[in-house]
Design a protein around this ligand. Structure first.
Ligand SMILES: Nc1nc2c(ncn2[C@@H]2O[C@H](COP(=O)(O)OP(=O)(O)OP(=O)(O)O)[C@@H](O)[C@H]2O)c(=O)[nH]1
Ligand SMILES: [Mg+2]
Length: 317
């Protein structure tokens, strides 16, 4: 049996192998994905984002256990941006998802950026599709809300939970607009700390404007992940959002928009690769660079010329 056949047969080790294969973009990974994708689409993807240390992992941990106890098959993808700016600060007392008791029903995978964010959103989407095709019913994706790549990752989810803490209160007005806009459910975690009521009130006030423009009443849930408090309430709100989304048609339109983005990103990635490969063999590039440097040509004219010279075939044989 091939690895792919074993994968479709439900073999866990084949799943791990396929995920690494796809994540590392090993030779032939696009063919594997084209076999996997048609079997995906049934799982719900729930994104969790928010500032470092807000309690995302703790919440995801609690939620997965509840869903697993309901008999659901749950997979967690933890996207870890090892940014030089945040890398050090993040390592303190954070909860590691791998500490979760494994009973076979919860699958945990972490995706590290290893210093470069290139292609991380695409790789995360592909790994989610693999888990989905394997039969996981819930895919919980955790990522720190620090940059555009992380926003892209959660935006590809069916529902997005933004996790804040009482200390985020003063920062609400300045919170990255993108983060606020993609959220469907808001959580104020660490509700055991002072200032919860204030931030919940402030959030509700900020959200009123958005709620007026939408049929969805963005909820704000106060949780204490450390004491497993209000986990059920949060799950209920997320499930409500999925329900709302499905009945309003937003679920389908959002998924279709994601598919459209995916097509464009595959095309851009492949065309980009092809151009680099072709140009690497053209000595004309060095000459062109000198010409532009000396003011004899310009990058736009050169690009047109190189495109003609490189004889790029866009048919993806
Ligand atoms: N007081 C209090 N602490 C909490 C609560 N939830 C989580 N913590 C603690 O906050 C710290 C960070 O929690 P994590 O779950 O790792 O937070 P995170 O958002 O996943 O962190 P990063 O992935 O590093 O961004 C840990 O020490 C948790 O035990 C809570 O409800 N109250
Ligand atoms: Mg975490």
């Amino acid at each position: 049996m091939t690895t792919l056949e074993r994968f479709f047969d439900g073999d866990q080790s084949a799943l791990a192998r396929i995920i690494s294969f796809v994540e590392n973009r090993e030779e032939g990974y696009q063919t594997v994905l084209s076999r996997v994708y048609p079997k995906s689409g049934k799982a719900l993807r729930i994104g969790f984002t928010g500032p470092p240390g807000a309690g995302k992992s703790s919440l995801v941990n609690n939620i997965s256990k509840v869903l697993a106890s309901e008999g659901k098959r749950v997979a967690v993808i933890a996207v870890d941006p090892t940014s030089p700016f945040t890398g050090g600060a993040l390592l303190g007392d954070r909860v590691r998802l791998t500490d979760m008791p494994i009973d076979g029903s919860i699958y945990i995978r972490s995706m590290a950026t290893r210093g470069s964010t290139g292609g991380l959103a695409a790789a995360t989407g592909n790994v989610a599709a693999v888990l989905d095709a394997f039969g996981y019913e819930y895919i919980l994706i955790e990522t720190v809300g620090v940059g555009q790549i992380e926003l892209d990752i959660v935006d590809a989810c069916d529902s997005v939970v933004v996790v804040l803490v009482p200390e985020s209160g003063d920062a609400i007005q300045t919170l990255k607009a993108g983060l606020m806009e993609i959220a469907d459910v808001f959580v104020v975690n660490k509700a055991d700390r002072p200032g919860v009521d204030n931030i919940v009130m402030e959030l509700n006030m900020t959200l009123d404007i958005r709620r007026e423009k939408s049929d969805w009443e963005h909820p704000v849930v106060a949780t204490e992940a450390i004491n497993n408090k209000n986990t059920d309430k949060l799950i209920e709100k997320v499930k409500n959002h999925v329900e709302f989304s499905k009945t309003s048609g937003r679920f389908e339109s959002h998924r279709k928009a994601q598919i459209r983005k995916k097509i464009y990103s595959i095309l851009a990635f492949n065309v980009n690769g092809m151009i680099r490969e072709k140009l690497a063999h053209l000595t004309d590039v060095d000459r062109a660079v000198s010409d532009i440097y000396q003011g004899k040509s310009d990058p736009y004219t050169v690009s047109q010329e190189l495109l003609k010279l490189s004889d790029i075939d866009l048919s993806f044989s």
